[in-house]
Write a protein of this length. Sequence first.
Length: 333
Amino acid sequence: MRKLLLAVAAAALVWAPAVAQAQNPIVIKFSHVVTNDTPKGKGALKFKELAEKYTDGKVKVEVYPNSTLYKDKEEIEALQLGSVQMLAPSTAKFAPLGIKEFEALDLPWLFKDDETYANAMKGTVGKWLFQKLEAKGITGLAYWDNGFHMLSANRPLLKPTDFQGLKFRISGSKVADQYLRIMGSIPQIMAFSEVYQALQTGVVDGCENTASNYLTQKFYEVQKDITVSYHAHLQYAVIVNSKFWSGLPPDIRTQLDKAMAEATDYTNSIARQENEDALAAIKKTGKTNLHYLTDADRKAWQEAMQPTYKWAKGRVGQEVLDLVAKELDVKMN
């Protein structure tokens, strides 16, 4: 009898950790570089809410906003190493992995409106690009919209000649680097978390971003002039560590897919309004002048930046350019 009791006790000790593990929630660390009150920030919190709800608490999502966990250059490596499970970087961030094709999305004047962008990312282009990530141990889950870029400096940017000699912070896209160089400026790659101080101290003269980011990061405080140019689009790819994702129980992954689909619809639906509201809020502060391109100004910008398309062939490859051209019915040369 004593032997039986000892055996039962030993078995209980063996099984105890497994039971405890089964009861502990699966933790997903979701890191990003913007604030909670941006479209991406709100999208991450919406995913957390829905993921925890749909899995009945079996999953816990920890959101780390505003570069509190990792900066731009660190986060993708951290994802591959499994130190963080989920990210939502701008698509320009994949070039250092050797996947330059994503930079085709950064071509100037590519998407005529938000609907055109959304259709492209739901279609062949978006799916084809996500397939490129698999070899790097990364799974693409969704594309999140953050609308169109504006450009700022401490002087009005209305003519291509206004760019001469100015240093602009860019996120890392070589396509953005190219079209700003064509305009006579000097692009500089810099972590998002460092931009405000760089603008304040004059390390850079201006930057390129969306209205919601100008507002929430308070870039408008250190830029006298913003041109509402909408010359290029900013989109994020919500990605996850493939090994982690494939190792999840199928029923959990199904519920997380559902949560991500709904969070994506939510994020993309609010992006346009968030940017419109941000633009109005910036104007209300009176700290910066908002400038709008005339038709003639816009045409001059488009013509000046057009050589970027021909240059891009050597950067991103013909295959993705053909896909984009077909999907969007645009000319690449």
